[in-house]
Design a protein around this ligand. Structure first.
Ligand code: G3I
Length: 465
């Protein structure tokens, strides 16, 4: 089997008993609802999810835009800047300045990054059109490898392949120059991406796959086949561009769930809903609730901030109006996030999974008394790791917390989210950020970090502040 470095999922946790799991389950039911957060990112984080937006580099200097971005969102997707035409304008000559600008903005504002998109039939640079066969296959693989390597360790999930299936009832692959290089081009792209950046979740991303239909079933069959054969795939992105011609399907949630049942995460990757007022607000709530009801739905990304930022601006499909004011759709989205329905957040590890890995284990929660307790879930591979720490409030609730881990010699933290780290090696303390210091009694919040070397073992310390 051609696969990435072996990864182990370790849970430094107490032995799981049905009773403890049941108790943990009841925590999941209440997480987020006791302490309604006031921004999309914080509210999503309270459910173990993210809330993201597409970002255009040239708009970062617009203060209305960047103020909303940095207040509301904790995940960003470069809208065009990581695409093939932007990153490799001439063959083997790479241009990362606009994408780097978004990445560095995100990193300095506690936002994670969805990479979009490594291999796609659209927005290819001109030089690609003269290639075919092996030359095109190799150029595509080189592109995947170079770009994923440039951003290695900085990407939460990559849209490795975008929009490779045809619309309509055929269930066929889209005819394209990439498809003409052989039906295995998709798995070849995923393998190259895994080798280049083993920490990133690798997603297949498409539109008109939001309900159960011939196109989504064709994608489903591909994912099932990939999982069976050990082709590295971790997630499926559902773009969810909604309008009158393409309404939210009644089986939207069921469709997300059937993919999750294959053992992949699901993500809503490019959400926009044309319309206005209450109808639009209700549709946003429907989509948010569907994600919240699927444990493996990691989060939601809207495709722009203000209506005027949208590729479909005339349809006013976003959460903020042209002046940056919150719309009714914003309020319904926030309210839905703050009223977590009774399925709870995902409890799996944040990193990639593979069929041969041990099943991901959820940390059980040791008694916290009046203070707090912490557990770690570790996704370890050769040379690196992602650690997810769960901080659980004791009987008094928390207004701030510090969790500590001891990293073995040679390990170094490269990236932290939802907490501030005191250092990058040895004994490291993590303190809450502004939006996750308050945790009601018995509830929990999660933060994470990524590093090189071997991740922490043992039970983290936890102190109420
Ligand atoms: O930057 C140039 C500008 O210099 C020039 O004057 C102008 C003239 O047309 O074009 C500008 O580039 C445009 C770019 O957006 C930035 O605005 C491109 O023409 C235009 O094609 C491009 O459109 C993007 C589209 O993908 C391309 O396929 C949209 O912004 C972007 O939102 C859209 O995003 C896609 C996802 O990647 C995949 N899923 C569907 C989604 C919506 O189409």
């Amino acid at each position: 089997m051609n696969r990435s470095p072996r990864r182990r999922v370790l849970a430094a946790s107490l032995s799981a008993t049905a009773a403890v799991l049941a108790a943990a389950g009841s925590v999941l039911l209440t997480a987020g609802s006791a302490d309604a957060a006031t921004t999309l990112g914080a509210s999503a984080a309270a459910t173990g999810r993210y809330f993201g937006t597409a970002v255009a580099a040239y708009k970062l200097s617009d203060s209305v835009y960047s103020t909303i971005l940095d207040r509301e969102f904790n995940m960003v997707t470069p809208e065009n800047e990581m695409k093939w035409d932007a990153t490799e304008p001439s063959q083997n000559s790479f241009s990362y300045s606009s994408a780097d600008q978004i990445v560095s903005h995100a990193q300095s504002h506690n936002q994670r990054i969805r990479g979009h998109a490594l291999a796609w039939h659209s927005q290819q640079p001109g030089w690609v059109s003269s290639l075919s066969g092996t030359a095109l296959r190799n150029a595509m693989l080189n592109h995947v490898t170079q770009v994923a390597t440039h951003y290695k360790g900085k990407i939460y999930s990559w849209d490795v392949v975008n929009e490779a299936f045809a619309d309509g009832s055929s269930g066929a692959r889209r005819s394209s120059n990439l498809q003409n290089t052989g039906n295995d081009w998709i798995e070849a792209a995923f393998r190259a991406a895994r080798t280049a950046d083993p920490a990133a979740k690798l997603c297949y991303n498409d539109y008109n796959t939001d309900g159960v239909n011939a196109k989504s079933t064709a994608v489903y069959n591909m994912v099932q086949d990939f999982k069976a054969r050990g082709v590295p795939i971790d997630c499926v992105g559902f773009q969810s561009h909604i309008n009158a011609q393409s309404p939210v399907p009644s089986d939207y949630q069921a469709n997300l769930q059937r993919f999750a049942n294959l053992g992949v995460d699901v993500q809503i990757t490019e959400l926009d809903i044309e319309g206005s007022g209450t109808a639009q607000a209700n549709t946003y709530a429907t989509v948010v609730n569907a994600c919240l009801a699927v444990a493996r739905c990691n989060g939601i990304t809207v495709w722009g901030i203000r209506d005027s930022d949208s590729w479909r601006a005339s349809g006013t499909p976003l959460l903020f109006d042209n002046s940056g004011n919150k719309k009714a759709a914003y309020t319904s989205t926030l309210n839905a996030l703050n009223a977590v329905p009774p399925t709870g957040p995902t409890t799996g590890p944040t990193g990639p999974t593979n069929p041969t890995d041990p099943p991901p284990s959820s940390p059980t929660t040791p008694p916290a008394g009046a203070g707090c307790s912490a557990t770690v879930t570790l996704n370890q591979w050769t040379g690196g790791f992602v650690a997810t720490i769960r901080v659980t409030a004791g009987s008094s609730g928390l207004t701030g917390w510090t969790a500590g881990v001891a990293l073995p010699g040679g390990a170094a933290i490269t990236n932290t989210w939802n907490a501030t780290a005191s250092g990058s090696s040895g004994a490291v303390n993590f303190t809450n950020v502004s939006y996750n210091g308050s945790v009601a009694a018995g509830n929990y919040t999660e933060f994470g970090f990524q590093g090189t070397g071997v991740g922490p073992s043992g039970t983290p310390t936890c102190t109420a502040r």
